[in-house]
Design a protein around this ligand. Structure first.
Ligand code: G4P
Length: 211
C-alpha cells in the first residue's frame, strides 16, 4: 500500500473517533468529558477495532513484544492494539485478585480526578527484562496512570517503545510530562478545550503520521 493511501486510512480512523466524540460525548465541565456510550461503560467494538488498527499504523516502525494497559477502560483499546500487532496484552490490576499469587511488580498511581491513590500491579511472569512495551490507555489527563505503567516497565528493565492514548486532554499537563521524558506519545484525539456543551479539538495536519 502506498504511503499516501495509508495516510488517508489513518485519518479515516481518527475522523470516526472525532465524529463519535462530537455526537455522543458530553462535556460535563471544563475538565471532564463523558464518553461512556462508546468507551468507558458501553464499548463500541467496531470503533475499538479501528483504534487498534490506528495504533498499529502509528507504531509500525517499532518492534513491540507486549501491550501494557490498566483496568478497566484501557482494556478495550489495549486488546485491539495487541490483536493488530499480534502480541499479548497485559492489564495492570488496581484490585487484588485471589489468583494473582505470583511476585508482583507494583507502582503507586494517584488520581487527581478521583482524589485517591491506587497501587497497580502486574505479575512478574508476564513482563521482564528486554521486553519492548507499548503502553495504551483510554484517557491522558495528568499522566499518572501512564507514569505508573512506565515505572513498572523500568522496575523490570523493559523498554517503553511509546504510549498510545485514545483521548488526550491537551489542556492538562500529562502529555507534556510524558513527552519531556523523551517518550513518544501518540493520541488519536486531542482535546484543546471543554466547556459546558462544547468540545474543541487541537488542530492537526490532515493525515499526518507523526505529530
Ligand atoms: P491520569 O492518569 O492522566 O493522571 O488521569 P487521572 O488520574 O486524572 O484520571 C483518573 C481516572 O479518570 C482514569 O480512569 C481516567 O481515565 C479518568 N479520566 C480522566 N479524565 C477523564 C475525562 O475527562 N473523562 C473520563 N470519562 N474519564 C476521565 P480510571 O479511574 O482508571 O477508570 P477506568 O479505567 O476504570 O474507567
Amino acid at each position: 500500500m502506498s504511503e499516501k493511501i495509508m495516510m488517508n486510512w489513518g485519518s479515516i480512523h481518527m475522523q470516526l473517533l472525532k465524529k463519535k466524540i462530537l455526537e455522543e460525548g458530553q462535556a460535563l465541565s471544563e475538565s471532564i468529558l463523558k464518553v461512556d456510550s462508546f468507551l468507558n461503560h458501553r464499548m463500541d467494538p467496531v470503533l475499538m477495532h479501528e483504534m487498534g488498527k490506528e495504533f498499529k499504523r502509528r507504531f509500525q516502525d517499532e518492534k513491540i513484544d507486549v501491550v501494557l494497559t490498566i483496568e478497566s477502560s484501557g482494556i478495550g483499546p489495549g486488546v485491539m492494539a495487541a490483536l493488530e500487532l499480534s502480541v499479548p496484552m497485559i492489564f495492570a490490576r488496581k484490585r487484588k485478585s485471589v489468583t494473582l499469587t505470583d511476585d508482583l511488580i507494583t507502582a503507586n498511581v494517584y488520581s487527581f480526578t478521583k482524589k485517591e491513590a491506587n497501587e497497580i500491579a502486574v505479575s512478574n511472569k508476564f513482563i521482564g527484562s528486554g521486553d519492548r512495551v507499548l503502553i495504551i490507555d483510554d484517557f491522558l489527563a495528568n499522566g499518572q496512570a501512564a507514569l505508573g505503567l512506565m515505572e513498572i516497565c523500568h522496575k523490570v528493565n523493559a523498554t517503553v517503545v511509546g504510549i498510545g492514548i485514545v483521548i488526550e486532554k491537551a489542556f492538562q499537563d500529562g502529555g507534556a510530562k510524558l513527552r519531556e521524558q523523551g517518550v513518544r506519545v501518540e493520541s488519536l484525539a486531542k482535546i484543546e478545550a471543554l466547556s459546558l456543551g462544547e468540545i474543541t479539538f487541537v488542530e492537526e495536519r490532515e493525515g499526518a503520521i507523526h505529530e
